[in-house]
Write a protein of this length. Structure first.
Length: 281
């Protein structure tokens, strides 16, 4: 499988743009001059080793931290803080208030932002609880749920807000292997049905290939763009196959081998790009 440059469809405007983003914590530089575009309907994955700044980039997209250089824009507007157009699902299981039931957890942000009154918030909450396969657990409290079920609640809560971009920061990393695989399949099923825009962080090459249709590779600390890849052709069914294993090895080489030079080539999912690899040249 050869690397091929795939040019963008210039007629499609990105939904979210990271433009030369440098992030720092005090004197520590987390990322340096990172740029990428996320298009509507993308499953865009930030992939790299621990400490490369991928979670920091997601937090910057969420509006939790501000770049020291560059900016991130959504729908053409600079992100200066959190907003309901970007909802985050974290890795931690304690992101759900334990005193609230499943239904109350999903309703909570809808009521706090005054998007819906209580009656309509309950209707929407029940709809999304059903979508993530938790019908019958509406009145359960988080301590009675498994880790995978808690993450389903967090996803339902996020999607109920109907954000422009769903941000997921290693949401399945703390799950056992079987539950993690099931949650990856569940996320894929939801995306096939709803075609929401996803920005997903992981340090797992296999998970990136399964979840993403486009993958941005970041170098070890401080994170810089190594390459951007198309990964439309891979899913859970192809995991373990010859092409999948070859792709895993190639990505590992790009991440930890000699750095590539130049700029990443952007490939909008909406353009119907071929199932090829796009690489920094």
């Amino acid at each position: 499988m050869a690397f091929q440059v795939v040019r963008p469809n210039t007629g499609v405007a990105p939904l979210l743009i990271a433009d030369g983003v440098t992030l720092e914590y005090g004197t520590t530089r987390a990322t340096h001059d990172v740029s990428f575009n996320v298009y509507r309907g993308d499953r865009f994955v930030l992939l790299g080793p621990s400490g490369c700044g991928k979670s920091s980039l997601l937090k910057a997209a969420a509006g939790f931290i501000k770049p020291v250089v560059g900016e991130i824009r959504i729908d053409g507007k600079r992100i200066d803080g959190p907003g309901p157009d970007r909802i985050v699902v974290f890795q931690e299981f304690d992101q759900l208030p334990p005193w609230k039931t499943v239904k109350e957890n999903v309703m909570f942000p809808l009521l706090m932002t005054k998007r819906l009154n209580r009656h309509h918030a309950e209707e929407r909450a029940l709809h999304w609880i059903a979508k993530v396969g938790l019908t019958g657990f509406e009145d359960a409290h988080p301590h009675t749920l498994s880790g995978g079920m808690k993450q389903r609640v967090a996803i339902a809560r996020a999607l109920a807000m109907q954000p422009e971009v769903l941000l997921m920061d290693e949401p399945f990393a703390a799950l056992d292997a079987l539950t993690r695989r099931n949650m990856q399949a569940e996320l894929g099923r939801l995306w096939e049905e709803l075609r929401f825009t996803l920005l997903f962080v992981t340090h797992s090459i296999e998970e990136a290939l399964v979840v993403g249709n486009r993958i941005l590779l970041l170098s070890p600390h401080p994170g810089q763009v190594r390459a951007e890849l198309n990964s439309h052709q891979f899913d859970l069914d192809s995991a373990g196959g010859t092409d999948f294993q070859a792709a895993t090895q190639r990505i590992h080489g790009l991440l930890f081998g000699a750095p590539a030079h130049g700029h990443a080539v952007e490939v909008p999912a909406a353009a119907g790009a071929p199932h090829e690899w796009s690489r920094v040249s």
